[in-house]
Design a protein around this ligand. Structure first.
Ligand code: DGL
Length: 274
């Protein structure tokens, strides 16, 4: 089997916040990013739709030569990952791998909280899947997880409206809803890869002393360790330090918006998915 780039997938731009950290930690590998911008956001879509769209995008990344694909999207990780791993990959090639962002986060989250009351801010899809409470329970049964869906946040971010004063109303609204569930929450996870763009605003609106976690570093550390453990797969990851970016919608808009998430300019190509 020929080596190929590591694939990174998100419904839109959010996965770029994770890719940025991965590339910083592991610059030697080649990467292909795919944002399904034409069909984003996924957050309010049904289980079946998120699974169907995610599988199409994962297959597109396999067609680009990827042997390992990271779902840098909580919604896709919550609603599609298990089916893809259990149903689809065995029918394709047992050497291909798809990993998500929920597991690496839940393995660590308990180490941050003293009160054992943890908040998770995420899309409606991630919240209703209950993936975070279920997975956290496996590693930290003593922790109580309080979830809050923030359905307006991704559209605000994708439309570049998140830094305007109008956005503050919706940010504050969902933070209030979360904090009303327990006054003892001392750790809040940004359980959507778009949300790091709101980090400064959220910090400013929260009471002091609450730890705010975003996933980029957690996922990049976990991937580093995963590749150290899985040398067969690591050998199938090509190492020329190259990156390619694909979007299912306008490349001009993608290139303008993506810089905010990735921290540097990039040039995307259009990819048709069906
Ligand atoms: N960035 C994605 C996540 O982490 C979802 C955004 C969307 O709703 O499409 O959940």
């Amino acid at each position: 089997m020929q080596s190929g780039p590591i694939g990174i997938f998100d419904s839109g731009y959010g996965g770029l916040t994770v890719m940025k950290e991965i590339v910083d930690s592991l610059p030697q590998y080649d990467y292909v990013y795919l944002g399904d911008n034409a069909r984003a956001p996924y957050g309010n879509r049904s289980f079946e739709t998120v699974y169907e769209y995610t599988l199409q995008c994962v297959n597109a990344l396999f067609n680009k030569g990827c042997k390992l694909v990271i779902l840098a999207c909580n919604t896709a990780s919550a609603k599609a990952l298990r089916n893809i791993q259990q149903r689809d990959l065995p029918l394709l090639d047992s050497r291909l791998r798809v990993l998500g962002v929920i597991r690496p986060t839940t393995e660590l989250i308990g180490t941050f909280s003293k009160t054992k009351q943890v908040g998770v801010l995420a899309t409606l899809g991630t919240v209703t899947s209950n993936s975070y409470p279920i997975e956290i329970e496996k590693f930290f049964p003593e922790i109580t997880v309080h979830q809050q869906a923030c359905p307006i946040w991704v559209p605000l971010i994708e439309n570049n409206e998140f830094d305007n004063p109008g956005a503050d109303f919706f940010i504050q609204k969902h933070l209030n809803q979360l904090m009303a569930k327990s006054a003892n929450i001392d750790t809040i996870l940004l359980g959507c890869t778009h949300y790091p763009l709101l980090q400064d605003k959220i910090k400013a609106l929260l009471p002091e002393g609450i730890a705010l976690l975003s996933q980029g570093k957690i996922v990049s550390n976990s991937l580093t360790q995963y590749l150290e453990r899985h040398t067969d797969l690591e050998n199938l990851c090509s190492k020329n330090g190259k990156m390619a970016f694909y979007t299912t919608d306008s490349t001009e808009i993608f290139d303008q918006q993506a810089e905010i998430f990735f921290g540097k300019k990039l040039k995307s190509e259009y990819l048709h998915i069906n």
